[in-house]
Write a protein that binds this ligand. Structure first.
Ligand code: NI
Length: 143
């Protein structure tokens, strides 16, 4: 059983995107993290919470080829749902048995408390992410 953890949103300018969300949602938006510079993936990330749903804003840094190409092709847009699983290796094994392709091997995600994340591709659903559930008692979300 997998739960939705967040929706990943590709943006060119992360500060402008945070301000636009504040502008639209007002008091209902909680900025869960500052802008985090992920030097492993070459992206800037910030988590927002709106109506109990986590939104991950992702902006490519210079030299970030895959996400950089994505934003050139798609512009500012939601681009992945991330599902939380109990054990990432087990989830990947089950999903690949069901025909998904592993696109990005598991890596620690600095913006999600170094929890392991991986990207998979489903022919019928497209790109999605899995994140391993936290082992900390008091860490049901992030940070
Ligand atoms: Ni994500």
């Amino acid at each position: 059983m997998m739960r939705i953890h967040h929706i990943g949103y590709l943006v060119k300018d992360i500060t402008a995107a945070i301000n636009e969300c504040k502008n639209f949602v007002g008091e209902g938006m909680i900025q869960k993290t500052d802008v985090i510079h992920d030097t492993l993936r070459l992206v800037d990330i910030s988590f927002l919470e709106i109506d109990g749903i986590l939104i991950e804003l992702v902006a490519p840094q210079d030299g970030c080829t895959d996400i950089g190409e994505g934003i050139k092709r798609l512009g500012n847009t939601p681009y992945h749902i991330c599902f939380e699983c109990d054990k990432i290796e087990k989830a990947i094994s089950l999903l690949t048995q069901k025909g998904c392709l592993l696109v990005k091997e598991p890596q620690p995600a600095i913006a999600i408390d170094n929890r392991m994340v991986a990207f998979l591709y489903s022919r019928d659903l497209g790109l999605f992410e899995v994140v391993e559930a936290s082992t900390k008692m008091d860490d049901t979300y992030i940070c």
